[in-house]
Structure formats: C-alpha cells, structure tokens
Design a protein around this ligand. Sequence first.
Ligand code: PLP
Length: 392
Amino acid sequence: MSGFYADKFSEDVGSFFRSPVREIFKKVDLNAIYSFAGGYPSAETFPMEEIRRTMSEVIDKYGSKAFQYGATQGVPELREEVAKRCGVTVDRVQITSSSQQGIDVCTRVLVNPGDVILTSSPSYLGALQSFRSYRADIRGVKHNPDLEAFKQSYEAVIEQVKTEGKQIKFLYMIPDFQNPSGESLTLEERKMLVGLAQKHDFLIVEDSPYRELRYEGEHIPTMYSLDPDRVIHLGSFSKIFAPGFRLGWAIAHPEILDKIYVCKQSLDLCPPIFDQYVAAEFLASGRLDENLLKSIELYKGKRDLLLGLLEEHMPEGVTWTHPEGGLFLFLTMPEGFDAVKFYDKALDAGVAYVAGEFFHPDGSGKNTMRMNFSFMSPQKITEGVKLLATLL
Ligand SMILES: Cc1ncc(COP(=O)(O)O)c(C=O)c1O
C-alpha cells in the first residue's frame, strides 16, 4: 500500500510536526528511567479520594444530565466558578477541552497561512506544533533582561515583518513560569509588550497554565488585566487539578469568544460534561484550593532539591534558570554542546531530558535542555541529577 495514500492528505498535513517529547514517551517507560523529560504533574497531587467522593456527589446531584451533551461554552456552573476565580464576567468565559485546545482554536480563528505569530524563543512546543499546522510564520524573540534592548528586539522583528508585507496576528506568550525556561515576565515587560501590541495593532494570546503554582515572590498582574479587549487569556485545570480531565478556559472579549464558540461546535460540540461538573464542585467546595496548597508545597520542595543538586554536582560552565514557580528549569551548556546528539548517550545510561532546540522556532539553542522537576520522586531526582552530571 506504500504510496497509495500520498495524494490523499490535505496540504496542512505536510506542516504537522511530531512532538519529540511524545516520541520519547513511546520509546521508554518513564517509570523505568530517570525522566526529566515531559511535563507530567506528580500523580501524588491527584486527590484520589476527594475525586471519588466528588464524582458520586455529581451523579447524585445532576443524575443523567451529567452524561448528556451540554452547552458549547461550557456548563454554567463551571463558567461561573472560573469567572469568579479570574475576576471577570461570565460572558467572557469559554470552557475549553484543555488549554492545548485553547491555543489551537485561537490559531484557527485568527491565523491564515503565512500570517505571522510572534513568540518568545524558546516557547512551548505544543503551541509551535499548533501554529505550524496552520502554516503560520513563527518569529521567535530571545529574552533580554535589559528592558529597552528587549523592546528593540521586538521592534526589529516587527519592522522586518512589515517590510515583507506580512501581518502579525498575535503575540503568544507564557508570562508565568514559562515552559520551557521556567522564567516569568516582569510587570514592566508585560506592559512593554502590551504597549507594542497597541502600537502595532495585534492581539496577544496569554497562555498561563502554571500561574497558580508560585513557590516564592509576588503574583504579577496578567497581561489580560492590562488590556482585556486585546488579550486572550488561557488557563488550565491540568496543573492545578489533574490533566486527565482535559479542561481549561479561555477568557476574552465576547466578540472573539463568539468565533471560538462557533469553531468549537465543529471540534467537539461541547467540553466533557461530567468532568466539568466535577471541576465545578471541586472549585465551589474549596477542595481545589486545599489540594493546590499541597501541590505547591510538594513542588517547592522538589524545585529546591533540584536547584541544590545542580549547584552541588553540575560541572563548571553549565548554568540554569531559577524559576519562582511552575514545573521546569532550563539548562545552558557551553557553546558547541549539542543536546540532541548527547541525548542517545543519556538515554542509554537511563536519564531523559528534552533538548532545548525543539523549543526554539529557528532551531537555535542547541546547547540547552529542559528539566522537569514535578514528576519524579525526590530520590529519583537526586540519583538522576548525579547521573546526568557525571555524563556531562
Ligand atoms: C505552556 C503550556 N500551555 C499549554 C499546555 C497544555 O496543557 P493542557 O492542554 O493540559 O491544559 C501546556 C502543557 O504542558 C503548557 O506547558
């Protein structure tokens, strides 16, 4: 049959990009190695007993309605809870089948093939996959701690795009504990970027699934709060509850949400109803917040452990970020190091990470790698870092 299907697929299929992270998962059993790859939350944070209790409460309360189709925007109970939590009105809340769908649906309603999406370099791989699948032209900008220089880097890319006669549709940002770098944007940086969006008239997609996982420092206002009519804010239950529910939310101007609403009708008709009622009950009863406090304590301990181990064991010339929250930190090795080439050696020895170049839209960052600290036990983190450091 080889070749038979070659002319059967859409042109979009040619732009699909296989996630190297998921390829790793196919090859190895994560529990059998030291895995700093992936972004899995710790299964310890899933409140199994409370979930069991809440599920049966939902069945008692809603009966068969919990298993029927429901509104495309999401069930009113969950939309109201999310609106309260985010301090917005319900007409600005769309429940999504996770924030990955939020990213995809935003791209689908806003981007034509060839349109430009600005983002950070590095950026979230799942977003880059989605952007590529719609044949967007992705331009990444590296962070610069000097605010004026950072702004100039963006201005230069924007000017370049204009001279090419192309349109920037949106800026995609993960301002809180970014995946993969673990770093956050300061308030001044957020204001600067919102200012650029206003000046050059493009939208911003603010993707913030890690926002509530803060281990130190003060909360920084969302980009959405700086310009609620220009920013689409995406949230997720995956890291604050459990990813298996596949639930998230999009907050935006009702005119944008209306397009997302129609688009979602063709995608999945409605987000999973039973899961939404469970999430709504979890939020309303305060169980989600109680559990979140436990997750924060657990992850803070793991982050501190990893930072201490890197300090103690990493060879000279290796540097890393110091995230105030989230699930990742980012390592930079000396110039000339190739994290993709090194990967097979590391995996053979039993330790996995994700090579940083996959997160860079232009394929740079060869000497970088992402490390996750949420998934493994403290003992495995300790043994894994020692092994990786020895190999390096
Ligand atoms: C920045 C970012 N956005 C979105 C997602 C997707 O999360 P979910 O679809 O589970 O909400 C992830 C997952 O790791 C992520 O890191």
